[in-house]
Every structure is written in structure tokens, then in C-alpha cells.
Design a protein around this ligand. Structure first.
Ligand SMILES: Cc1cc2nc3c(=O)[nH]c(=O)nc-3n(C[C@H](O)[C@H](O)[C@H](O)COP(=O)(O)OP(=O)(O)OC[C@H]3O[C@@H](n4cnc5c(N)ncnc54)[C@H](O)[C@@H]3O)c2cc1C
Length: 523
């Protein structure tokens, strides 16, 4: 996956693409994979880096959504459960089967949730990940030794999937390229090309060189998450707002807070939301919140009230109360929620289903949805694109299509290099040829030096942030440690990219500035 190769394709003046996708998050990448694998000439443009937006900031669950079942959104749960099963089958190197326990502190909690989750199991059908069951007090404590035991009556165990979101995004970008498609990061769409009121392409600017491209396409898809309204306004300057961004934050704690394999699910926090504490890359991710935000941003910042709320709620369910000092990293993401017609509707009540909008100009926009349902969302979008662009009809093949790196014999739970799948050996082979790459960049986070070179050479990483935030997850796992390793990461990248000492210093400074937002200071 080389940037220069894609740039050469983009520079060809006469080229007419079948589908141009704006946005390199889960949704856009899914569309690009679907379109490329059906054989359409496909180009995806991402303004910063793949999964820079919401798609690297999720709770890392591949789930049907127990909460939506509670809310009675049966169709969404059905769809998500099916997609959960397909994602688990198509990307076994990226998705694991995760057991969740709902601890109960009243006599009715166990039976109540067990019945509900039996329905969840039945709905998953053949794609189920394992049966749910009721636990007595002793069984619940054995599975979750650090759960608050005072008043504990028992619990319910059920199964969902868990994954590494930005690594999944990189694998989708690679899958698109494997099928002959093109993906390009650091290329921002600044305008739409229109002929006789119809969208016939985009104007895009390479954010690294400043070069501008006029790119013609039969269909243009707007998959820019919380930024969809910016693209709408390129089409119709006074277009109405369609998205309300809602912020969700996560705290990352050390594994001592949840040392066993099971995750905790709290179905009703004091303000009526759901909270998860999930083991992830040998750490624990606790989230999330739901806070309406005025304006979308690429680097949303956690509010103090959100941090306090999560610490307090987690403390009610864990034997040890986590404090601000215990937080290794805090990250925030924005949900691209479809704006409800009813302004008073609470964000937690707005459907997480997706919505496809076709503008009079022929622009196709997709909003809402979940990481888990990215594949189905993409299938629906490409079906519309075929109609609108007059493309030759071809069947969707992604339902049973392995994702780049597909490998069964690797355990994402135990092997830190599992997300590379079949590429793992190629990454390690770099160390045989270059002994200076042997060993860890961060032993604490199990990140190898060779991963940095691989990220630059094969995964289009351009900046220290690309490597430490999304090719590896250092920034999200331990922000202070990521700042420690930033200088060495920059030097390794500079060697590979033939960059100067000034570049190294500038990269480290920019990264440290960003990473400060992922650190919580004591009050
Ligand atoms: C807190 C939180 C937790 C979540 N947890 C889960 C979960 O556990 N499981 C699950 O299934 N789902 C989860 N979701 C939902 C899921 O993360 C999102 O639905 C999904 O990531 C949205 O992807 P997207 O591609 O639509 O948006 P994004 O990931 O935001 O991608 C949009 C991209 O468009 C790019 N872009 C914008 N403007 C331009 C332009 N002009 N030119 C080029 N590119 C542009 C941006 O840079 C960005 O990368 C969660 C969401 C949140 C907020």
C-alpha cells in the first residue's frame, strides 16, 4: 500500500473513476472495499489519516447492541448481530470472542438479564458466539475477582466481539488495494465538481505537497462522519444541518483493575446509560459517555465532568476505586448521530441505525451506523451507486470475503502482533535483514521497532502520530509512554523516509502537543 503508486493513478488527467469516496473511516473504507471488490474503479480520499476520526475512538466492541434490544430496536440488533458474526469470520486476526458479565446486586437482576440475553442469543442464530447463562455469587466472583462484592447476588454472562478499530481500518484499506482499488491519506476534498447541477467529481488537495487535483467520477460518496454537513455545503451552500455530534469518552486503566478475561457490562448507570470495562491489549478500556457537542472536531477533548462520571461509576463496580492518577490515557470520539426531527429527543434515544441520503445533485451521503455494521452499510451504498452512476450490475461479494491478513491460527487476545495476521512474519523478517531493528520500541506496550518501518513502508504512515496512534495503539494505551518513545519512533521513520533532524524535532513537538490531551492531570 504505497502513497506514490496511488498518486500516480490520481495524476492521470483523462481517468474517469467509477466511485470516489470522501472519508477514510469505517464507513468510507467499507464502501471502498465493497466497490473495489465488485471490480469498479474506486478511489478513497482521506483528509488526514485512515481512522483519524471516530473510527479509532470506539469502545472496540463488535456487538449486536444489548442496549438497543432494551430500547426495542429489534431490526438494528438483528442486522448488527449478523454483521458481528460475519466480521468475526472474515477477520479472525482482528476480532475476538469476548465474554461480558453483568453483575447483579438485586435478586431479580440475574433472571431478568438472562432472559433478555437468551433472546439476544436466539437472534444471533448460527452466527452466535456462545450461549449466555446466569451465574451465582461464587461464579460471578470467580470470573471477576475485582468486581465489587458488597451486596453482589450473582450475574449474567454473555458473548460479543472485541477488536482493534484502527488496525481494522488499515486492514480494510489494504483489502481495497488488494482488489485493485486506490486509497489515499492526507488528501482533503475541498470542493465538488458540478456539471449541469450534477456532481461529476471532486477537487482535492494533497496535504503534504499542496498539489491540487481535479478528479472526475461517475459517483461521489460522502462518508465523512461528523463532517458530512461540510460536504453538503459544497453542494448546496445553505444546506440544513443533518448531524448532531455526540461525544463519548473512554479511560484506559492498567490491567490490575480487571485482571481476568471477562469484561464488565453495566446496563444502567445512575443517569440511565450503559458502561463497559473491557480488557484490551493488556489494559482496560472504560466507557463511555454521551454528551452533545456544538461543533465537530478531529481532536475532541474529554470534559472533566465526563472523566469524573466514569471514574465514579467504575468505582461502584470495582473493588478498587480508580482515580485520575490511574488513568493511562483518555480519548474522546464523536458519534455522527442523525439529527432527530424532534429537538428534545435525548441522544441515547436517537437511533444508531444508518441513513443514506441522495441529493438532487446525485451526491450519495451515508451517516450514522456503527463500526460493527460497516459492511452492510457499504453494501447498501454501493447498490445505490450502481443505480445512480449507471454502473454495470455486479453482485456484492463482501459477505464471505476475508479481510487482508486473514489468519485463523493467531489469537488477538494473547499475541500483540495478531492484528497483522499473515503480515506478522513479514514484519518480523525486517529484523532478520536489519539487526538494528531487533527488539522493542516500547517493551511496556510490546511494540517492536520493526513495526515502525513496516508502517512507513507498507501502511502509508506519514507522521509519528500515524504510527503511535493508529498503526500501533501506544497513544491510546498509555499517553505518557507514547511521548517517551516518540523521539526514537521519529528517528526510525526519518531513516526510512530520508528526512532531516529538523523533521524529527518538529514531529516530536507536534506529537507531544497532541498527546497532552490524552493525559489527565491531577485536580
Ligand atoms: C464513543 C464512541 C464509541 C463507539 N463504540 C463503538 C463500538 O464499540 N462498536 C461499534 O460498532 N461502533 C462504535 N461506535 C460507532 C463507530 O465508531 C462509528 O459509527 C464509526 O467509527 C463511524 O465511522 P465513519 O467512517 O462514519 O466516521 P469517521 O471515522 O469519523 O470517518 C470520517 C472521516 O472523514 C474524513 N474527512 C472529513 N472531511 C473530509 C474531507 N473534506 N476530505 C477527506 N476526508 C474527510 C475525516 O478525517 C474522517 O477520518 C462508537 C462511536 C463513538 C463515538
Amino acid at each position: 500500500m504505497k502513497r506514490e503508486t496511488v498518486l500516480k493513478r490520481v495524476r492521470k488527467k483523462v481517468k474517469l473513476w467509477d466511485i470516489v469516496v470522501i472519508g477514510g473511516g469505517a464507513t468510507g473504507l467499507g464502501v471502498a472495499v465493497d466497490a473495489a471488490s465488485r471490480g469498479y474503479k474506486t478511489l478513497l480520499l482521506e483528509q488526514i489519516d485512515f481512522a483519524k476520526g471516530t473510527s479509532s475512538r470506539s469502545t472496540k466492541l463488535v456487538h449486536g447492541g444489548v442496549r438497543y434490544l432494551q430500547q426495542g430496536d429489534i431490526a438494528l440488533v438483528f442486522e448488527a448481530l449478523k454483521e458481528r458474526g460475519l466480521m468475526f469470520k472474515n477477520a479472525p486476526h482482528l476480532v475476538t470472542n469476548q465474554s461480558f458479565i453483568i453483575p447483579s446486586y438485586d435478586w431479580w437482576g440475574g433472571p431478568f438479564y438472562t432472559v433478555g440475553l437468551k433472546v439476544y442469543d436466539i437472534m444471533a442464530g448460527k452466527l452466535g458466539l456462545g450461549p449466555s447463562k446466569m451465574l451465582n455469587r461464587e461464579e460471578a466472583i470467580e470470573a471477576l475477582p475485582t468486581v465489587e462484592q458488597n451486596g453482589l447476588k450473582g450475574g449474567t454472562v454473555y458473548h460479543d466481539g472485541q477488536f482493534d478499530d484502527s488496525r481494522m481500518a488499515i486492514s480494510l484499506a489494504q483489502t481495497c488495494m488488494d482488489y485493485g482499488g486506490s486509497v489515499l491519506n492526507y488528501c482533503m476534498v475541498t470542493d465538488l465538481i458540478k456539471e449541469e447541477d450534477l456532481v461529476t467529481g471532486v477537487v482535492a488537495v494533497d496535504q503534504l505537497s499542496g498539489e491540487e487535483y481535479k478528479i472526475k467520477s461517475k459517483v461521489v460518496v460522502n462518508a465523512t462522519g461528523v463532517f458530512v454537513d461540510d460536504i453538503f455545503r459544497m453542494d448546496v451552500p445553505d444546506a440544513r444541518q443533518t448531524i448532531v455530534p455526540s461525544q463519548g469518552i473512554h479511560l484506559v486503566l492498567s490491567r490490575e483493575f480487571l485482571p481476568n478475561e471477562s469484561a464488565v457490562m453495566v446496563p444502567h448507570t445512575p443517569d440511565g446509560r450503559v458502561m463497559f470495562a473491557v480488557p484490551w491489549h493488556n489494559h482496560v478500556v472504560v466507557g463511555t459517555t454521551d454528551t452533545l457537542i456544538d461543533h465537530p472536531s478531529l481532536e475532541p477533548v474529554a470534559l472533566d465532568t465526563e472523566i469524573d462520571f466514569l471514574l465514579e461509576t467504575a468505582g461502584q463496580y470495582l473493588t478498587k476505586q480508580p482515580t485520575r492518577e490511574d488513568v493511562l490515557s483518555v480519548f474522546a470520539g464523536l458519534r455522527p448521530l442523525a439529527k432527530p426531527d424532534d429537538e428534545k429527543k435525548a441522544t441515547k434515544e436517537i437511533s444508531r441505525g444508518h441513513k443514506i441520503i441522495i441529493s438532487l445533485s446525485g451526491l450519495i451521503t451515508i451517516t450514522g451506523g456503527k463500526w460493527t455494521t460497516y459492511r452492510k452499510m457499504a453494501e447498501d451504498v454501493v447498490e445505490k451507486a450502481i443505480m445512480l452512476g449507471g454502473l454495470p450490475e455486479r453482485e456484492c461479494i463482501t459477505r464471505h470475503m476475508p479481510i487482508h491478513g486473514y489468519r485463523m491460527d493467531i489469537d488477538p487476545y494473547k499475541d500483540p502482533m495478531a492484528p497483522y495476521g499473515l503480515d506478522k512474519e513479514n514484519v518480523l523478517a525486517l529484523e532478520e535483514d536489519h539487526p538494528e531493528l531487533q527488539g522493542f520500541l516500547s517493551e511496556k506496550l510490546q511494540i517492536r521497532k520493526s513495526q515502525v518501518i513496516w508502517a512507513v513502508r507498507e501502511e502509508m504512515a506519514q507522521t509519528v502520530e500515524d504510527v503511535l496512534a493508529r498503526r500501533t495503539r501506544a497513544l491510546f494505551l498509555d499517553a505518557r509512554e507514547s511521548m517517551q518513545i516518540a523521539p526514537e519512533c521519529a528517528r526510525l521513520m526519518a531513516g526510512e523516509m530520508k528526512k532531516s533532524e529538523e523533521w524529527v524535532n518538529a514531529q516530536v513537538a507536534v506529537f507531544n502537543d497532541l498527546a497532552k490531551n490524552y493525559v489527565i492531570n491531577p485536580k
